[in-house]
Design a protein around this ligand. Structure first.
Ligand code: GCV
Length: 659
């Protein structure tokens, strides 16, 4: 039986799967061959498209020459489960796959191509995801947290999964979410926050049925469900006196609990763990290593083919700001590199792409490339915690692409080294536009497509998203709105890679010294003479030495360090001359004036697209541009004034800097 396409609640935006995107598929004759649950999903999709556009779909007939416009064939084709081939000959477009996911991805590929999939001839192409795991982590709490709300760092309403303290009863929207994710290639979702509070800890045991219901809603779109768990679960839930990873009772407890999880969710993906990090429990309490901790859970998951994703975000969040010898940037490398080779095969070390915390500009984490004996997964942040909180347009495709293409080690790029998959913190919620800011959908889509092909051109991915979401008309204007938005955001916020000049706690808006005397390890050390953190080996914290060559040498000296990272690696005077030829102080003034001017231009550009985009969407974005501009001006004025007051150096172009 074909599975009906999920029906969106009234007023919910179809995002990149509007009915019009299916016109080419739905106008012709389609043959679907093969069996299995995902074939029924594919059938449901094609049937719905045909219902709208007058086409016809049949099952399991012989593919007679020319009788069909599209053949979707699941059979023995010697392809991986997620692979598909596409060809066109004699008027028939043919997709073949050996697994249900492959067939589904093949269909969505045809949808993306639209008319182009049904014209001319096409040699057989094979499509294969570069990364087997393409996952979203939801930082969703089941119970509303007193400080963090329902979704930690969520800017898109409430959780898609949890409402009123339990799993939603109506999971139709979750099914629709799974559909959107599959259409950009995502195949796994962790459904709860890595900060596992008391209520959420119970999802592992007595509340696993709620997780199973969500998993069932996601399965038809090939999405596997993962769960964030507390390392202290044996104590919290099992009443054991210890959670020591080497304790036999603890091992037995995890084995039993995990067996029950698989009974409830046979295709369960595995656990996500934040341990010894920002107050979460972990193996350090028992004098054990993080490999001991990860391997405990890996052993429990191993009989079922599950994976533990163990986060490398381990650092001292109770640091003394007076202590200039401790450098948070060093922490992940210092903790984990000595453990290389000690992790089980089904343990994946999940590493944030930069060494601090998803700032608008950070170097690539030196851990990536330094652990050849460990399966690493790189973690990105689609939710815009530090990049405008979905009130600002900040399309992150170019930043992620730079990270993924970075040749971290002996010519291997980050995209190649992330063998354990690419993971991102989701930006979606129950907001009618899914992502709060309608244009933030582009970040979610781009993440999925880059996880499928880390070397894809981000600009092409953007155009793909624009084409699907908006249809013909506003493409050029939209592309321009997005294109430089990340660099624009960088210009009006913290300069030259220095990071963390945000308001403490919620992290929105400027506060230059907001974290300067805090315990969080995120300092900029601005004084009257200069700014930046000396992370050189020669005179600083030694962090630059954690990189392989040539990066260690490049970052070591301010003469060779790239401008955009200068203040991350060096403390320099305001008069220091950048490679660009400008002084640091003049760069700060210039970029802040430019950044605001660029937001003004983008806002005008957006206004000029009225009439070319759906009015509800247009209005929401226009409103957000007002806030972005207000905020960008605030950033500009606070940053410029701060540095003028510190340095006493005026803007050489005489623009208004508040004294
Ligand atoms: C889920 C940052 C965020 C926290 C987040 C943490 C993490 O510190 O501000 O909200 O916690 O990263 O990645 O675990």
């Amino acid at each position: 039986m074909p599975l009906p396409v999920p029906v969106l609640p009234e007023g919910v935006d179809p995002a990149w799967l509007p009915p019009a995107a299916f016109r080419a598929v739905g106008s012709g004759r389609t043959l679907i061959r093969g069996s299995g649950p995902l074939v029924e999903t594919v059938h449901g999709e094609v049937a719905e498209a045909c219902r709208r556009f007058g086409g016809r779909v049949v099952r399991d007939a012989e593919p007679e020459g020319g009788a069909y416009d599209l053949v979707l064939d699941l059979g023995v084709h010697d392809l991986g489960d997620e692979d598909f081939t596409l060809a066109r000959q004699g008027g028939t477009t043919a997709v073949t796959a050996s697994g249900g996911r492959g067939l589904l991805y093949g269909l969505f590929h045809v949808v993306r191509l639209g008319e182009a999939a049904f014209t001319g001839e096409r040699e057989r192409e094979r499509h294969h995801p570069a990364l087997a795991l393409r996952m979203l982590d939801h930082w969703d709490n089941v119970a509303v947290h007193p400080v963090m709300g329902q979704v930690e760092r969520g800017y898109a309403g409430g959780s898609l999964f949890w409402e009123d303290g339990r799993a939603r009863g109506d999971l139709e929207r979750v099914r629709a979410y799974g559909r959107l994710l599959a259409a950009c290639g995502i195949n796994a979702v962790a459904v709860n926050n890595v900060n596992v509070h008391e209520t959420e800890a119970h999802l592992l045991t007595d509340r696993i049925g709620e997780v199973a219901a969500i998993a069932e809603a996601l399965q038809p779109y090939g999405i596997r469900t993962h769960l964030s768990v507390s390392f202290a679960a044996p104590v919290l839930l099992g009443g054991l006196p210890t959670a020591d990873p080497l304790d036999e009772g603890v091992r037995g407890w995890w084995a039993e609990a995990t067996g029950a999880v698989y009974e409830a969710i046979p295709d369960f993906g595995g656990y996500v763990v934040k341990a010894d990090s920002e107050g979460q429990p972990g193996p350090f309490a028992y004098g054990r290593s993080h490999a001991d901790g990860a391997n405990l859970l890996a052993a429990a998951l191993e009989p079922y083919g599950g994976t533990v994703h163990w986060r490398a975000f381990v650092y001292d969040h109770c640091q003394d700001w007076r202590d200039r010898g401790t450098d948070r940037a060093r922490a992940a490398y210092d903790h984990f590199v000595p453990l290389d080779g000690a992790f089980a095969d089904n343990a994946v070390l999940q590493v944030k792409h930069g060494p601090i915390d998803f700032q608008v500009r950070e170097p690539v984490s030196p851990l990536i490339g330094a652990m050849p004996g460990t399966r690493l997964a790189v973690e990105l942040q689609v939710t815009q915690e530090y990049t405008g909180q979905q009130r600002h347009v900040c399309w992150l495709g170019p930043m992620w692409s730079e990270v993924l293409r970075f040749p971290a080690e002996q010519g291997s790029s980050v995209g190649e080294l992330t063998r354990g998959g690419l993971i991102a913190v989701s930006n979606a919620g129950d907001d009618p536009f899914w992502t709060g800011h309608p244009l933030a959908q582009a970040n979610l889509y781009t993440f999925g497509r880059l996880a499928w092909r880390p070397d894809a051109e981000p600009g092409e991915v953007l155009d793909e998203w624009i084409g699907l979401t908006f249809g013909p008309g506003p493409e050029a204007g939209l592309h321009a709105v997005f294109d430089g938005s990340w660099r624009t955001y960088e210009k009006y916020t913290a300069p030259l890679g220095v990071g963390f000049m945000v308001q403490p706690g919620h992290h929105y808006g400027p506060s230059v010294d907001g974290y300067e005397y805090s315990p969080w390890g995120t300092y900029h050390f601005a004084d009257r003479d200069g700014i930046g953190v000396d992370r050189s080996v020669a005179t600083g914290t030694g962090y630059a030495g954690q990189y392989a060559k040539p990066w260690a040498e490049l970052y070591e000296s301010p003469d060779t360090c790239p401008d955009e990272l200068l203040l991350f690696f060096h403390h320099v005077s305001y008069g220091h001359t950048l490679h660009s030829g400008k002084t640091v102080i003049q760069h700060i003034y210039d970029t802040h004036f430019e950044g605001v001017a660029e937001v003004e231009e983008a806002r005008e550009l957006w206004a000029s697209l009225a009439g070319l985009v759906d009015p509800v969407r247009h209005t929401r974005v226009a409103e957000r541009y007002e806030e972005q501009l207000r905020s960008a001006r605030e950033w500009r004025d606070q940053i410029n004034s701060y540095f003028f007051r510190k340095s006493g150096v005026p803007d050489e172009r005489g623009r208004r800097v508040h004294p």
